[in-house]
Design a protein around this ligand. Structure first.
Ligand code: SAM
Ligand code: SF4
Ligand code: SF4
Length: 386
């Protein structure tokens, strides 16, 4: 059975809800907040990581993300004038950095489809943290345009890339991207990124039971010892259109057990606070981590929620700030940067929004009706980025 056969089509609904207004207290003289690099939300979580979606368009139609039946030629993508300009993105990023953001990930849709993306990267690469350090700037891509763009991305100041790759078998890969795109071209993109030094490269594989679980071991064999970190992601109930069902999720524990049957692994410590992936190292004959063989990661968004350390904010293509991947609405920052708001206004707005944050959807998922995930009003992942 292919992933197409199991796909449930869900009718199109309001996929881009109107934005939430910034709390009015942000603009009152006596409740105004300035950035000090230390804001925390109501669960004590800092703001460290900003994901910026630069386009809602994509050249793939992965059916766990942008199913063809919904994202067809009639789908109303954002107009160019709705998108944040590079100047607007940079202005907002500057404020996020003042609040403590140290890492920026460009995403989408497919970020490499955004024209002149290199210019944005140059602008972001010029930002400095309050301590004067450059940012960790990275990008998640499906790799289709990477062979062509790796050098110019590197020259613009991009540090590294994450490439999504759901299998090595050409037929499986073509069926999952659903536009018949050959796997060899993505592998060439990965090689180009490696050759220009866009590393360490991470490879993201979404595992969907019944679709590509048979690719887990071939993927692990292929990337073991390559210096690249392969990460297995549990298929998530993001958005409102992918027809998610729990029985298509392969829990990370099962992925690890499968890998262990052939490639012994040892658990590794997290390398950074708020890290989404649990790290496992390939073991040597003595049962110790062999750094030359490298490591893998599992991102257990469904079976082991990591909301407690979630320090990520998401800026949508049209400038709405989302506090969670599973949020139904975002806060409209575009009207601030397009209006007469000062830098101090934007600082105070972001501080008030983040300080009121309580989101922990993945922790609540288990309390929702079995097998369904949350009611389907959530925004699409292609719009706020992964
Ligand atoms: N187009 C780029 C790409 O695919 O890498 C960037 C955007 S994509 C939305 C970001 C990441 O989200 C990808 O690694 C993709 O595999 C992942 N993703 C999308 N839908 C998902 C889902 N339902 N469950 C888990 N991961 C998903
Ligand atoms: Fe496009 Fe990435 Fe979504 Fe696939 S996962 S449809 S490549 S945005
Ligand atoms: Fe963060 Fe929301 Fe994911 Fe929890 S569910 S880890 S709060 S994005």
């Amino acid at each position: 059975m292919t992933n197409r056969d199991t796909h449930r089509v869900i009718p199109l609904m309001d996929l881009r809800p109107s934005g939430l207004a910034v709390p009015a207290a942000a603009f009152h003289a006596d409740t105004r907040l300035a950035a000090n690099g230390l804001i925390a939300d109501l669960r004590g979580r800092a703001l460290r990581d900003l994901r910026i979606s630069v386009t809602d368009r994509c050249n793939f139609r992965c059916n766990y993300c942008m199913p063809k039946e919904i994202f067809d030629k009639d789908y109303a993508y954002l107009k160019h004038t709705d998108l944040l300009t590079f100047e607007e993105i940079t202005r907002l990023a500057h404020v996020f950095v003042a609040h403590g953001v140290e890492k920026i990930r460009l995403t989408g849709g497919e970020p490499l489809l955004r024209k002149n993306l290199e210019q944005l990267i140059e602008q972001l690469a010029a930002l400095r943290t309050p301590a004067g350090k450059p940012l960790d700037i990275t990008l998640t891509t499906n790799g289709a345009l990477l062979a062509r763009k790796a050098q110019s991305l590197k020259d613009a100041g991009l540090k590294r890339v994450t490439v999504s790759l759901d299998g090595l078998d050409d037929a499986v890969f073509r069926s999952m991207n659903d536009v018949d795109f050959p796997v060899a071209n993505v592998l060439a993109g990965i090689e180009a990124a490696r050759a220009v030094g866009l590393g360490p490269i991470k490879i993201n594989m979404v595992v969907k039971r019944g679709t590509n679980a048979q690719e887990i071991l071939p993927m692990a064999r292929h990337f073991k010892g390559s210096g690249m970190v392969l990460r297995f992601i549990e298929y998530m109930d993001v958005g409102a259109t992918n027809g998610w069902r729990m029985n298509e999720v392969m829990p990370s524990a099962e992925v690890i057990a499968l890998l262990q049957s052939e490639l012994p692994l040892v658990p590794l410590e997290p390398s950074a606070p708020g890290e989404t992936a649990q790290r496992w190292g390939y073991a040597n004959a003595q049962g110790q981590h062999d750094p030359a063989a490298g490591e893998i990661g599992v991102i257990s968004s469904v079976t082991q929620a990591f909301c407690g350390s979630c320090n990520r904010a998401r800026l949508s293509t049209e400038g709405q700030l989302y506090l969670c991947l599973f949020a139904e609405k975002g806060y409209d920052l575009r009207s601030l940067v397009r209006g007469s708001a000062s830098e101090a206004d934007v600082q105070s707005a972001i501080a008030h929004i983040w300080q009121g944050r309580t989101d922990n959807y993945s922790e609540q998922r288990s309390t929702l009706p079995a097998d369904q995930g949350a009611p389907v009003k959530r925004v699409e992942m292609s719009y706020i980025g992964g």
